[in-house]
Every structure is written in structure tokens, then in C-alpha cells.
Write a protein that binds this ligand. Structure first.
Ligand code: SF4
Length: 172
């Protein structure tokens, strides 16, 4: 693992409150309402959520926890995030950047890898000046969203497949 001395190329940030979890950041890219509900403490479970957990278990994911950061695994300077579908890749990318950034602040410089369990694909995620700036801007937008009123949800029920808030949003 590569340890760095200080922040020569990337910037530290210390003003993010409330704390955004990787899940909230990922959800934001799927549905702002979903991210809002998670951020305000609602977390329903359904069968698809459980299937995702089982896929993780099959991979014998170690699910490492550092303070409020929960990552699937770290091997040889690579932070690994397992993904059960190819949907919301952008959200997962931002989630991984969030983990990389948080660990960078602790002096640990890692590369990210997303492993798509369904299609057997892998995606590399690097924390650079550009992606770090992109992450910080995204977190600012998410924070503003969370502090506002609850956003509208999806307009098509089919887009809510797998969401644990489906009953909440679609029960008349
Ligand atoms: S059920 Fe649909 S609209 Fe409601 S939070 Fe989930 S994805 Fe968004």
C-alpha cells in the first residue's frame, strides 16, 4: 500500500456536514428522493437488497469498516466495490471516489475497482485532482438537496425496481 506525506496534489476538505455516506451518494444518481430518504434515516429492506447482500457473501466480501466508511474489500492497494447489476455505474463510481478521498485524507492512497458481479466486468476508478473536484462539487449539491424539501420520485414504477422505498412511494 502506498502511504503519502501530506496533500501535495490533492486537496483536503473538512467542511462536509452532514456526513454523506457512500450509499447516499450512490443513490443520488439513481433517484434523488431515494438519497433524501436514506439521508433522513429511513432504510427499508426488501428481497432485492437481501439478494445483493447474498452476492456479497458469495464473494466472501470482507466489508471493511473505517469509521463511517464501509468498503467491500482492499487488496494490494486496490479498494474493491462489488456491484450486483450494471445499473447506476456513475453512482457507484462516485461512491468509490468518496471512499478513496476519505482514505486519502487518512494518508492512504488507493486505486478503486468496481467489480460487476452480474456481467463479470471491472472498472478502474482513480482519485485525481479532477475527479476529487467533481466529487466535492457533487457532495455539495447532494447536501443542498438533503437540506431542502423531499424531491419528487420517479414517474414510472418500472424505474423503481429494487428500491426499498417502493411501498412508501407507490402506496396511494
Ligand atoms: S421507490 Fe422509486 S421514486 Fe421512490 S425512492 Fe425508490 S426509486 Fe425513488
Amino acid at each position: 500500500m502506498v502511504w503519502h506525506q501530506g496533500h501535495h496534489t490533492l486537496c483536503a476538505h473538512h467542511t462536509m456536514a452532514p456526513y454523506l455516506t457512500g450509499t447516499i451518494i450512490k443513490n443520488f444518481f439513481h433517484c434523488q428522493r431515494q438519497a433524501y430518504l436514506f439521508a433522513h434515516g429511513l432504510n427499508f429492506r426488501n428481497d432485492l437488497v437481501r439478494i445483493g447482500e447474498l452476492l456479497h457473501e458469495q464473494q466472501q466480501s470482507k466489508e471493511l469498516v473505517f469509521e463511517k466508511i464501509k468498503v467491500d474489500d482492499i487488496k494490494d492497494s486496490v479498494l474493491i466495490e462489488y456491484k450486483k447489476t450494471s445499473s447506476n455505474l456513475e453512482g457507484t463510481r462516485m461512491q468509490v471516489l468518496h471512499y478513496l478521498d476519505a482514505l486519502y485524507e487518512k494518508g492512504l492512497q488507493l486505486t478503486g475497482k468496481i467489480i460487476d458481479l452480474t456481467y463479470g466486468k471491472e472498472y478502474i476508478v482513480q482519485l485525481t485532482e479532477e475527479t476529487q473536484a467533481e466529487l466535492h462539487q457533487t457532495k455539495k449539491i447532494i447536501k443542498e438537496m438533503i437540506e431542502g424539501t423531499i424531491p419528487e420520485g420517479k414517474h414510472r414504477r418500472a424505474d423503481c425496481k429494487g428500491c426499498s422505498f417502493k411501498d412508501y412511494c407507490w402506496t396511494p
